[in-house]
Design a protein around this ligand. Structure first.
Ligand code: PLP
Length: 389
């Protein structure tokens, strides 16, 4: 199947990237070979087949599928989401360039921009995403890249994407969006004009909480540059992990649609519960960005946050230990419901940001899985009535 074809996303999730049937196998087998016989048409370094050069059969097949479902021209795979983010930025930016970015970002991304890139002379101007009239203040001739997230962590903010793309184009900025939380099922940023889409495939894309991987998808000329730089910097996704991610892709839509439904039901339940102070979920009318989420997304995702009415430390802790189905663990996007306290995990190394961004110690983040929503609601109800009487 071609990358640009007329099939629906549903069909492409199942079939795309697997046109080269090998030995009659109906799945792409694992090609566990680091190097390959020299071919006549190899002209330059990047043509030689080698796992680090990101061009062996499992890597190519998976990259094609990912590009196809995000409606991009080309994809590059990485051994983690953070390596996708750092390699993309290191390819596009050099000393004295600046990044224009949204204030509330994934903790490690924020740390990279605030503390690591400045050591290389690459600085970041953070913009208030809700105040478009101030965006222009952050742009001068050194600004090269605009970086945002489809849904932020943990406040689940949703940007006016059309406005931000228009702003970036006007100012000649390359637009990059981390689409991990929304997934290609709920949102296709490339259709709106974004240049590059990044995923931590460790989350919804793989969905089974058993691998770490990342990818960047988008314009061919940009992704080719990223691949070449990556080939020298040395990061690559192992064929075994490619196989596992490939194996997860056909069920992406089934999983995410279930997670959309479960998260909305759980958010509605919590919002109506007398022991809950507030619920943050883009699918709720009470969310400040609900209109934008409704306009741009075909589903509101599987992530929600909430706070208990009684906010003593002990009741939060007690509540968490009373839950029987969700597992207390960081990360997200998997088939099992996971719970964390962002103030103690993803944003633990960012004390100042926590306060500024309104990430309280009491905040509980739920990554809703594909369990029965009736069981989940019963479980939450029990824990709530015991911990917050
Ligand atoms: C997890 C995550 C990352 C980092 O991905 P890893 O695979 O853990 O390196 C980046 N962005 C977002 C939004 C994430 O949730």
């Amino acid at each position: 199947m071609n990358i640009m074809n007329s099939y629906s996303l549903t069909t492409n999730l199942v079939h795309a990237g697997e046109e080269n049937i090998c030995e009659g196998a109906v799945c792409t087998p694992i090609f566990q070979s680091s190097t390959y016989l020299t071919q006549e048409n190899e002209k330059e370094y990047h043509d030689g087949r080698y796992i680090r050069l990101n061009n062996t059969p499992n890597q190519i097949s998976l990259a094609k599928k990912l590009a196809c479902i995000e409606k991009g021209e080309l994809a590059c795979l990485f051994p983690s989401g953070m390596s996708a983010i750092s390699m993309t930025m290191l390819t596009l930016l050099k000393e004295k360039d600046t990044i224009v970015a949204q204030k509330c970002l994934y903790g490690a991304t924020l740390k990279l921009m605030k503390y690591e890139f400045p050591k290389l002379g690459i600085h970041t101007k953070f913009i208030d995403i809700d105040m478009p009239n101030t965006w222009g203040d952050s742009v001068n001739s050194s600004a090269k890249v605009l970086y945002i997230e489809a849904i932020t962590n943990p406040l689940l903010e949703v940007v006016d994407f059309q406005k931000i793309v228009y702003f970036a184009k006007e100012n000649g900025l390359i637009t990059i969006i981390d689409n991990t939380f929304a997934t290609p099922i709920n949102f296709n940023p490339i259709e709106l004009g974004f240049d590059l889409v990044i995923h931590s495939c460790s989350k919804y894309m793989s969905g089974h909480m058993d691998i770490v991987a990342g990818c960047v998808i988008g314009k061919k000329e940009l992704v080719e540059k990223i691949i070449q730089k990556t080939n020298y910097m040395g990061s690559c996704l192992d064929p075994n992990v490619c196989f596992l991610l490939m194996r997860s892709m056909p069920t992406l839509e089934l999983r995410v649609k279930m997670q959309n439904i479960n998260a909305l039901r759980l958010a509605q339940f919590l919002e109506n519960h007398s022991s809950v102070k507030r619920v943050i979920y883009p699918g709720l009318v009470s969310h400040p960005n609900h209109q934008q989420a409704k306009q741009y997304f075909s589903g509101y995702g599987g992530m929600l946050c909430f706070e208990l009415k009684s906010t003593t430390k002990t009741s939060v802790q007690e509540f968490l230990t009373l839950l029987r189905i969700p597992l207390l663990a960081p990360s997200l996007g998997g088939i099992k419901t996971l719970i964390t306290r962002p103030a103690l995990t993803s944003h633990v190394m960012l004390p100042l940001e926590k306060e500024k961004l309104d990430i309280t110690l009491e905040m509980i983040r739920v990554s809703v899985g594909i369990e029965s929503i009736d069981d989940l609601i019963k479980d939450f109800d029990n824990a709530l009535s015991t911990a917050v009487p």
